[in-house]
Ligand binder design. Sequence first.
Ligand code: PLP
Length: 497
Amino acid sequence: MNLLYKSTRGGQSDVTASQAILQGLACDGGLFVPERIPALEIPFEKLSGMSYQETAYEVMRLFLTDFTEEELKHCISSAYDEKFDTEAIAPLAKVNGVYYLELFHGATIAFKDMALSILPHLMTTAARKNEIKNEIVILTATSGDTGKAALAGFADVPGTKIIVFYPKDGVSPIQEKQMVTQKGENTLVVGIRGNFDDAQSGVKAIFGDRELEKELNQAGFQFSSANSINIGRLVPQIVYYVYAYGKLLESGELSEGEKINVVVPTGNFGNILAACYAKQMGLPIAKLICASNDNKVLYDFFRTGEYDRNRPFILTTSPSMDILISSNLERLLYQIADSDARKDMELMEALSSEGKYQITSGMKEKLADFCGYYATEQEGAETIVRVYEDTGYVMDTHTAVAACAFRKYTDDTKDGTKTVIASTASPYKFTRSVMESIDQKRYGNMTDFELIDELSSISGTEVPKAVEEIRTAAVRHRTVCETGEMKKTVREFLGCM
Ligand SMILES: *Cc1c(COP(=O)(O)O)cnc(C)c1O
């Protein structure tokens, strides 16, 4: 059955999946949502034997109904191939009775690869289907991981250019090195003097600039977004929850239909929204546990129903979660407002003018599947050491926030439901923070690459290729700009002065 998309703010409807992917953000500033969430119709015994690619096809075909079978299978096989260091693509590690769903085996060793390795293929296919002649310019704000994963996905893809803005002092040294060494003639990486929210607001302003759009159209360009607001990012993320369930059935860890809880270290609310969609498709998920770091806007929101970004922005050792405006939450708000675009708009206007909004009690009741927990810097670090000392398993700082949130949830509720923790980055991506959590005195004075070798030796894991490569790579991007200069930087790169 055909599935169409509409904007959360009511200004666009009857949009095909390929159009929504090309456009990224809706014309009215809203986010595209499917008109309904399709039901997953895979019998459990079939699901348990399926490969990642097969699962991806079965899930994505329900959402991207204007893609042909051949197109979609081609996108899937081009994305989930040897770029991943394991055939499982997203393996599960059972540690202390909990399942860590490792989403970091792709090209840039973080979970953004799960969606960004397929998005360029979805987008170029979508451009072909819609007879687009312009070059697609991907514009992205990143808190670290999206940027590199998008760059890796789009580098040298014909018919595309990609421009990435990141907070100059808000990403880890390894994240920065990964981005500024990016190859590909069609890539531009820019540090901005501001935080992630500034970068994201700047990108949104450029997307909303109709003058610039006209000017670029004349020059043969059009913007699209690789940020997690793109429906082409969200849909591929549903896959790994379904896949994980299948693998847990296959290994006999779960019985058919048995419910699981899912814990997701959250920033922009994309990953956990994908889990929520998986649940709405019929995957047996009980609770969706939203884990935050010290920037705990979402924790407060789930407790009180008030979203309030008026608070200091705290730089933490889980930088990909240092976010005060979780863009994808708008999709959930729209849903719990019974698809009332006016209500959605009212809340979003309050967020932009007052920096906060309060949902109604009726809306709050519909959030019963969610609960919020958070971990402080100290608690996250303690979690890394404790699990390492107990089991030898080394997790990254983002995953540690989730693991800590899970422990707090279990302490509070005594809920014994089997649980999957989304493990969103390799410890090799945040090596310094990880190693200093384990032993500050011993590791505090080592260089980043010494630490990487130490990590390999204490965890008994191989240094990932993505990290090996940047040891010697040359810096290719040195542009730094003020937040007010982002538009000018874009124009210059595209040769539109
Ligand atoms: C992006 C990211 C997150 C947050 O995911 P959202 O979908 O933005 O909520 C968590 N951990 C890591 C390592 C990430 O890169």
